[in-house]
Design a protein around this ligand. Structure first.
Ligand SMILES: *Cc1c(COP(=O)(O)O)cnc(C)c1O
Length: 425
């Protein structure tokens, strides 16, 4: 097998590094945890992405989750274009926001009311402030290896990029702020029980199915246990569905695992590939939010008309048959690569259209176990997959996403590419 030519991407990275720290606008894009340099992308169509050197890849990153229908879906593009022609932003309410809020509350079992914002980071930041404001308590419980965006309270034992760079926290976060965030391992109820004893915890936030330490399925009884424990302690349960919302089901992980959360955060798919996110929950808690209540939250571009149009178009395409198809594709891919995965001494997890191949013989159940993977082998596997025309997330701490609308021949390309790459790693 030959190495793909990436000379133009390499030249662009050199130029980028002069003017952008590390050459990228979000750290995981730098490919620091895998072999080789990042690829600069020029276009995408359906499941495929083309880089500046003209290499084509079957894309299993999908902009880190949003692109459930792949790149440039004609209906989503048309909706965004039509919206921008009517004006890109008003800073005033629009009818489309009302309809979108109704559609979101219809789709997600936890939502009575919803507030739009522009990123997943904002959604979790504001959900946490709301939980603190509503309960009058300051402490937050976070689960190790879950990622909730890049704000101070949540950069404590976080997953995704912070884990990839072996620094699950960050300089610049005051110790006094970090001290208010207690952490517990995923799939561990006892650790949560201890934190709740004092009765000072405003909220427990987690990814019900974490995708930011690779995809880790919940063990039986864990999510039910968290709900019971938090309810008993007067602590709000915040399910961060930025990744799982509209991915695991129309009603996200809360629908799939019947979780009766107090607040949920949405992002990624909800914006159809545009900067849009949301948080919401029971009318009682959401009623505390400004201007209905005293807890302040705001955003100049919140509910942006172009992003709302793209989000609504995406939601309109998410029929039950799409989820049946995603499940079927997931099964076919899992079946297709299973043998190669175990022959290479790896393990695999999958929940619906999210999956991860771990360079560790046993399936990990928490962040500590994910950290025990052979990261160097993962780095070689990632590069080998690119050489086979398959674009996987560039870190062991990330989930891959299957797109809806993928064709049989494309699934074959994917299975054979991953199989060959595993043999080479
Ligand atoms: C991506 C992600 C975020 C952060 O969203 P941004 O839009 O990158 O700020 C938060 N939570 C989860 C679960 C995510 O996957």
């Amino acid at each position: 097998m030959t190495e793909i030519d990436t000379s133009r991407s390499t030249a662009l990275l050199h130029q980028a590094s002069q003017r952008i720290p590390g050459g990228v606008n979000s750290p995981v894009r730098a490919f620091l945890a895998v072999d080789g340099d990042p690829l600069f992308i020029s276009s995408g169509e359906g499941c495929w992405m083309t880089d500046e050197d003209g290499n084509r890849f079957l894309d299993l990153v999908g902009s880190w989750g949003p692109l459930i229908f792949g790149h440039a879906h004609p209906l989503v593009v048309a909706a965004a274009v039509a919206a921008v022609q009517r004006g890109s932003s008003f800073g005033a309410p629009t009818e489309a926001e009302v309809r979108f809020a109704e559609e979101l509350c219809e789709a997600h079992p936890v939502l009575d009311q919803v507030r739009l914002c522009s990123s997943g980071t904002e959604a979790t930041m504001h959900a946490i402030r709301l939980a603190r404001g509503a309960t009058g308590r300051d402490v937050i419980i976070k689960v190790d290896g879950c990622y909730h965006g890049a704000h101070d309270a949540m950069l404590v034992k976080a997953g995704s990029g912070v884990a990839t760079f072996a620094q699950p926290g960050s300089p610049g976060i005051p110790a006094a702020v970090a001290a208010l965030t207690k952490t517990a391992p995923y799939n561990d109820l006892d650790a949560v029980r201890v934190h709740l004893e004092k009765g000072d915890v405003a909220a427990l936030i987690l990814e019900a199915v974490p995708g930011n330490m690779g995809c880790i399925p919940p063990q039986d009884g864990y999510l039910e246990g968290l709900r019971a424990l938090t309810r008993e302690a007067g602590t709000l349960l915040i399910v961060d569905e930025v990744m799982t919302g509209f991915r695991l089901a129309l009603g996200g992980a809360c629908e799939r695992f019947s979780i009766d959360a107090d607040l949920v955060c949405l992002g990624k798919i909800v914006g159809g590939g545009f900067p849009l996110a949301a948080f919401g929950g029971t009318a009682e808690v959401m009623g505390r939010l400004s201007p209905a209540g005293p807890v302040y939250q705001a955003g100049t571009l919140s509910g942006n008309p172009v992003a709302v149009a793209a989000g609504r178009a995406t939601l309109s395409l998410l029929t039950p048959s799409v989820y049946a198809e995603l499940e079927r594709t997931g099964e076919i891919v899992e079946e297709g690569i299973k043998k190669a995965v175990s022959e290479r001494g790896c393990s695999m997890t999958r929940v619906g259209s999210m999956f991860t191949i771990f360079f560790r013989e046993e399936v990990p159940t928490n962040f500590t176990q994910v950290s025990q993977c052979d990261m160097a082998a993962f780095g070689r596997f990632h590069r080998a997959a690119l050489n086979e025309g398959v674009y996987l997330p560039p870190s062991q701490y990330e989930a891959a996403f299957l797109p809806a609308g993928i064709q049989e021949s494309e699934v074959e390309h994917l299975v054979s590419g991953i199989t060959k790459a595993l043999a080479k790693a």
